[in-house]
Ligand binder design. Structure first.
Ligand code: GLN
Ligand code: ZN
Length: 827
């Protein structure tokens, strides 16, 4: 009797060569007809199912494919496209892309981070006229972004798309055993946003009863089609759920079960904890659990789940790219198998959407490193080996031995561990993460040195990445342009950016990041311990993919990275030029991270490498250094109870990077999301001298939080949205600045855009920055006239400050003394 079945929760959908991306973009440009796009989708599905069957999986998964996003597929399946789009005669596919991309006049904004994630509420939304696209938000703690369903108390559902059923027929016609997959009703509602201020709880109360009959119809139809199983995904069972949501599971699944289709309830990304017994007792035929992130719960699940139900263990990591230690996996599975009388399903922990396709394309990768990795294809093979190893141990011996050898070389590899890095971390002095003096003192020193006006103006780092810059980089990578030629081209771009900033009248300049392709990749390419794949693409949203670096060994910085560029920029102008770095937490968050040590330890190693860069910049007379951390919030664990520990370590890693700065070196940080309220104490604990943040799209709402919190250091609330080419006028920015002034003391305010400008063109960039500089000047004038009419006490204060500025002797002496004393770490 066959006891072990294998399957996966889902497969990547963009194609091994990103065929879907190419087809989509051609379709959007009008170069590929809808029927041809559909044909490409069909071909991709057929290939992906064939791959699953050839790897020996017992079922192929149907319903994981999407032309843009699987949540958007469900919006059409349930007929809840928001009325605001006013659809009329459009085809379903046209409507689908309108939901995803908005209508003319409301383009989806692209962010300078290029990771599609750094945006309002961690999400993207159009804000111009026309129909803005649905908002986009991160899918749990992944870098995949889904389209947020918009619901309100009046939403009605109706079975409205046959796409899922058509795909099931397609797979059946190809002779596959089919497991269809659906997002579960509770997770679907949880992921939605309410557009009429109905609280989420009320939305649940009024919409769940309307949604369940539609699920009933879907399940009945799938059953009739002859699917073997229906996977119903409820990853929210791994979250801290309010009681009413937990109770809703009982009713919902009782009702779903009536359809008579065998249901596999799928959870992933997070342990079940207090929802464990709930998940085990729901009336479904099987339960899938994440055997990687919730490995410690496997035995309890095996005990709690009635034996007549199927237990699917996601034993192969679907979130990372390392080869599975198959011996260890078999060891984990042994007691479970025993408890389940030898009956078990094996799977990846979650959908393989989050890993690249195949190592086959990685011919340029170091062969030893490649032998330590497993992408989607290889993970399917690992499942097959595990199954064989359980069913006919002898037959898997060779495969197990190969896996064992790879695991052993990785574990013993001297390349992975760098004694110097380890020793340095182990012997860090206590004060290594602590700036020398408190902000109030640093501020005086920096003020004396930088001599900036009130409301100083600056930008976030990047200037437009023009076609000329891109083609120079491409030519350099192809070998058509040599190192000297490339460097000369980039130096000219930097000079160009500096001259334009001077002409605009900005106070703190940047070099413009012309030499950077991507804010993480660029640093990864210069750090030891990082590797880059040729084709390791992972979908971020729609047709957008990212190629995360692989951190495989101890991280160090063999040589300065940005110093020559920064020095060149500074040599061109008497105005201060801000050095520009990516912070350790963001580098970690946007990479595939080694699994043989805690993430926080890797973050510390990156922090030390970047700390050296901060130090070298200040030694090169760069007096302002910005350390970008747009992904700090993204790393928050799904469960509340783990957040404090994460934030502690994240803050420490940032501080470790920054604290090498002398008191007179001004540290900036930048974050681009508007959800700060819950992490304000930690943001303050970063102790950056200046933070620039996204605020314009939320009309500065976030500032109230900073004001209430009495954020102690300087703040640059973004005064204009860089995600669209629209040029806001001076008055609009002034209005935002005045609002900011109402809650933040004027002396703490900086004036800057929301984010970097690399996705913009020069004309709109210059126009907007000109208005921004005008707005800052107006603010200064207003402040000066207010100050003139203020009380005697304020006047006395101002006089004291003026005296200090006129006679900065002692302060400047302190700055000079510091410069002589070398780094804080050495001290
Ligand atoms: N310095 C980066 C830039 O301007 C910051 C990008 C980001 O935070 N997303 O491009
Ligand atoms: Zn940003």
């Amino acid at each position: 009797m066959k006891n072990i079945y294998t399957h996966i929760p889902g497969f990547p959908r963009v194609g091994a060569q990103r065929e879907l991306k190419t087809a989509l973009e051609r379709h959007w440009r009008g170069e590929l007809a809808a029927v041809e796009l559909e044909a490409e989708g069909r071909a991709l599905r057929a290939r992906h199912w064939a791959r699953q069957r050839n790897a020996g999986l017992d079922f192929v998964t149907v319903g994981d494919f999407a032309f843009y996003d699987h949540v958007a597929n469900h919006i059409q399946l349930f007929g809840c496209e928001p009325a605001r789009f006013g659809f009329q005669a459009e085809t379903p596919l046209e409507r689908y892309f309108t939901l995803a991309r908005g209508r003319a006049g409301a383009p989806r904004g692209d962010c300078a981070c290029g990771h599609g994630s750094a945006n309002g509420q961690d999400s993207h939304a159009g804000h111009d006229s026309g129909s803005p696209a649905l908002e986009m938000t991160k899918w749990f703690d992944t870098n995949y972004h889904y389209l947020v369903p918009e619901l309100d108390a009046a939403t009605h559902f109706e079975l409205s798309s046959t796409r899922l059923f058509d795909e099931v027929d397609e797979a059946l016609a190809l002779g596959h055993a089919v497991k269809a997959t659906l997002i579960g009703p509770l997770t679907f509602l949880w992921l939605a946003r309410s557009t009429d201020a109905t609280p989420r709880r009320d939305l649940l109360d009024c919409l769940l009863p309307r949604l369940l009959p539609i699920y009933g119809q879907v399940l009945a139809r799938l059953k009739e089609q002859g699917v073997a199983w229906v996977q119903v995904e409820e990853p929210i069972l791994g979250l801290d759920l309010p009681q009413e949501w937990r109770s809703a599971f009982d009713t919902a699944y009782w009702q779903l079960n009536q359809a008579g289709a065998p249901l596999l309830l799928a959870t992933y990304f997070s342990p079940l904890e207090e929802n464990l017994s709930l998940a085990c007792r729901l009336p479904v035929a099987g339960l899938h659990v994440d055997g990687v992130r919730a490995a410690h719960e496997l035995v309890s699940v095996a005990d709690w789940l009635p034996v007549h139900k199927v237990l699917s263990v996601g034993i192969v990591d679907g979130r990372n790219i390392w080869r599975t230690d198959l011996d260890a996996a078999l060891g984990t599975l042994a007691p479970i198998l025993e408890k389940r009388n030898g009956q078990l399903w094996l799977s990846t922990s979650c959908s393989l959407l989050h890993v690249p396709y195949s190592l086959e394309a990685e011919t340029a990768l170091d062969p030893e490193l490649a032998s330590w990795l497993a992408f989607a294809h290889e993970k399917l093979d690992e499942l097959a080996v595990l199954k064989t190893a359980i069913e006919q141990p002898g037959a898997a011996a060779a495969a197990l031995a190969a896996s064992r050898a790879a695991i052993a070389t990785r574990r013993a590899s001297p390349r992975v561990r760098d004694a110097a890095v380890r020793a340095r971390l182990a012997t860090l002095p206590d004060h290594a993460a602590q700036r020398k003096s408190p902000f109030a003192e640093r501020r005086l020193l920096q003020g004396a040195k930088l001599n900036l006006p009130p409301f100083p103006t600056t930008t976030i780092g990047s200037f437009p990445q023009t076609p000329a810059i891109r083609s120079a980089r491409a030519a350099y990578k192809r070998g058509d342009l040599d190192g000297t030629g490339y460097e000369a081209a980039m130096r000219a771009e930097i000079e160009h950016a500096i001259r334009r900033q001077e002409a605009l009248g900005l106070d703190v300049l940047v070099h413009g990041e012309a030499e950077r392709n991507d804010m993480v990749e660029y640093f990864g390419e210069h750090l030891a311990g990082f590797a880059f794949t040729r084709n390791g693409w992972v979908q971020s949203y729609g047709s957008r993919c990212v190629k995360p670096p692989v951190i495989w060994g101890d991280v160090s910085r063999p040589a300065p990275i940005t110093v020559a560029w920064a020095r060149h920029a500074q040599s061109l102008t008497p105005l201060p030029v801000k050095g520009m770095l990516t912070g350790p937490v963001t580098i970690l968050q946007w990479s595939f991270v080694r699994d043989d040590q805690p993430r926080a330890d890797t973050a510390d190693q990156i922090a030390l490498a970047m700390r050296d860069e901060v130090d070298d910049l200040q030694q090169a007379s760069i007096d302002i250094v910005q350390i970008d951390e747009p992904a700090l919030r993204e790393g928050l664990p799904l469960r509340q109870a783990r957040r404090a520990a994460y934030l502690d370590r994240a803050v420490r890693a940032f501080r470790l990077t920054a604290a090498v700065a002398r008191d007179g070196t001004q540290i900036h940080t930048h974050m681009c999301y508007a959800e700060f309220n819950d992490i304000l104490p930690q943001i303050a604990a970063l102790d950056a001298d200046v933070i620039t943040i996204e605020t314009s799209r939320s009309a500065m709402a976030l500032l109230d939080a900073f004001g209430d919190f009495r954020y102690p250091n300087d703040i640059g609330p973004g005064v204009y949205d860089i995600h669209s080419p629209r040029v806001p006028d001076r008055e609009e920015m002034l209005a935002l600045l005045r609002r900011a002034r109402a809650v933040i003391p004027a002396g703490q305010l900086w004036v800057n855009p929301d984010c970097g400008l690399k996705t913009r063109g020069w004309p709109e960039t210059e126009a907007a920055l000109r208005h921004m500089v005008d707005a800052a000047r107006q603010m200064r004038a207003e402040w000066a006239s207010e100050a003139a009419s203020e009380t005697a006490r304020t006047a006395a204060n101002a006089a004291a400050n003026a005296a200090l500025a006129a006679e900065p002797g002692p302060l400047l002496n302190k700055v000079a003394a510091e410069a002589d004393s070398g780094t804080a770490e050495a001290a």
